[in-house]
Design a protein around this ligand. Sequence first.
Ligand SMILES: NC(=O)c1ccc[n+]([C@@H]2O[C@H](COP(=O)([O-])OP(=O)(O)OC[C@H]3O[C@@H](n4cnc5c(N)ncnc54)[C@H](O)[C@@H]3O)[C@@H](O)[C@H]2O)c1
Length: 179
Amino acid sequence: MRAGSSVVVFGAGAVGLAAVMAAAAAGAGEIVAVELHAGRRELAAELGATRVLDGRDPDVAAQVVAWTGGGADVAFDTTGVSEVVVTALAALRPKGRCGLVAAGELVLPRRTLTAGKSLTFVLEGGAVPRRFIPRMIRLWQAGRFPFDRLVRTYPLAAIADAERDAAAGTTVKPVLVPA
Ligand SMILES: NC(=O)c1ccc[n+]([C@@H]2O[C@H](COP(=O)([O-])OP(=O)(O)OC[C@H]3O[C@@H](n4cnc5c(N)ncnc54)[C@H](O)[C@@H]3O)[C@@H](O)[C@H]2O)c1
């Protein structure tokens, strides 16, 4: 995406929040985060989302279209929910691009891929690690990619707590540390 682009991210877990931070670091204009958990919506706003929406809202696509003046340039689905991908495509402007990261069943009515919109599966950010990881570290050092805010560590013995907190949505990225 180019600086000034409008972006809508579905799911504010580890991948979606990383996308929010990356969009902010890349100079996006409007960044909308759509998420079911209120705490994760708050975190998205702290990390760069200009607006947040509850995924249960029936008018998500219409609100994104209104806020972005005709639809987002880029949509990114991290939920893996087929209906959410339909909403993501509806939230795009003509010729907008939607990225997917989650595997699983996807059912799309033909009308969703009109107006030159495109849908792409993105693997590991489409990045060349040797170049991209140092770039992410530089952004982190500059305070522009604070991924450590997503991480909570647990001793390996507390794996059940980590699983419980991740399922409840209170921990975004549990990291187990062997004793
Ligand atoms: N393609 C790749 O290279 C790649 C890399 C890493 C992870 N993944 C995949 O990406 C996906 C996301 O990973 P993650 O670690 O961020 O998972 P996560 O569970 O932390 O995040 C998913 C988020 O989506 C939200 N969500 C679910 N249904 C929703 C809805 N209807 N509306 C709005 N939000 C909704 C959940 O509340 C959750 O916060 C997983 O499927 C994972 O396997 C792909």
